[in-house]
Design a protein around this ligand. Structure first.
Ligand code: FAD
Length: 202
């Protein structure tokens, strides 16, 4: 197959992965939370695992576990980077030991015969937001515009909502109505402020 290079030009930039926006506006960060997550396989098929989603607080953060439709278990540990063991993302034994630490989720894993077959993936799970997420000819959407603590369950809905709103604002801007991009940025900023105020009250 022959490779070919095409240069595309556009009067608008949409950033869905914090590539462009960071160069345009300051990135704010409320915390350094990270996640270690993996999908566990069920090695013992004699047990029907409980159809559930569990969230469990522990001394060093919190855990999330959810049974997937294909019978595997999605597990994530949310914590500060200081608590993450060196080599966790390379060593399955370290992850297996860590998976024993939550009380209820560890019991679920053990009793239904789930096992970690690979080390976890590490990902940023902090609350971050751009000071302004749109300008004259650009907009950021999803986590690139504002990423909320996953405990809030705002991630997917915000990604969908911002994608829709930013696309609509861009179409209007191309048609001459530049104010819509400013309105979009103001709406996202208001959402971030509401979230931060709610978080403080807990
Ligand atoms: C462990 C964990 C659990 C979570 N659980 C929940 C939950 O239960 N509910 C919830 O609502 N939210 C949850 N979130 C948050 C949620 O995942 C995000 O808010 C959401 O996925 C953001 O969507 P996005 O499209 O902005 O970014 P992403 O989903 O990160 O998508 C960005 C895409 O850009 C691609 N990309 C990266 N670099 C480039 C490049 N250079 N060029 C082209 N493409 C590129 C990536 O491959 C990726 O496909 C969780 C987050 C974490 C870390």
């Amino acid at each position: 197959m022959e490779a070919s290079l095409k240069v595309l030009s556009s009067s608008m930039q949409l950033d869905a992965k914090a590539l462009w926006g960071k160069g345009q506006s300051r990135l704010n960060r409320a915390d350094q939370q990270v996640a270690a997550w993996s999908i566990l396989e069920q090695t013992c098929e004699d047990v029907d695992p409980t159809q559930a989603t569990l969230i469990e607080a522990v001394e060093e953060g919190w855990w999330y576990a959810a049974l997937l439709p294909d019978g595997r278990l999605s597990v994530a540990w949310f914590t500060d980077p200081d608590f993450v063991n060196k080599g966790l993302s390379q060593t399955v034994e370290l992850w297996r030991a860590r998976l024993k630490q939550p009380h209820f989720i560890a019991r679920w894993i053990r009793e239904a015969g789930f096992e970690a077959v690979a080390p976890p993936t590490l990902a940023s799970a902090g609350t971050t937001w751009l000071e302004t997420c749109a300008g004259e000819n650009w907009a950021a959407v999803g986590d690139a515009a504002a990423a909320f603590d996953p405990l809030s369950s705002h991630g997917m809905t915000t990604a969908l909502w911002t994608g829709h709103q930013a696309a609509e604002a861009m179409v209007r801007a191309i048609g001459g109505d530049r104010a819509r991009l400013g309105d979009y940025a103001a709406q996202v900023k208001a959402g971030v402020e509401t979230f931060r105020a709610q978080r403080k009250s807990f």
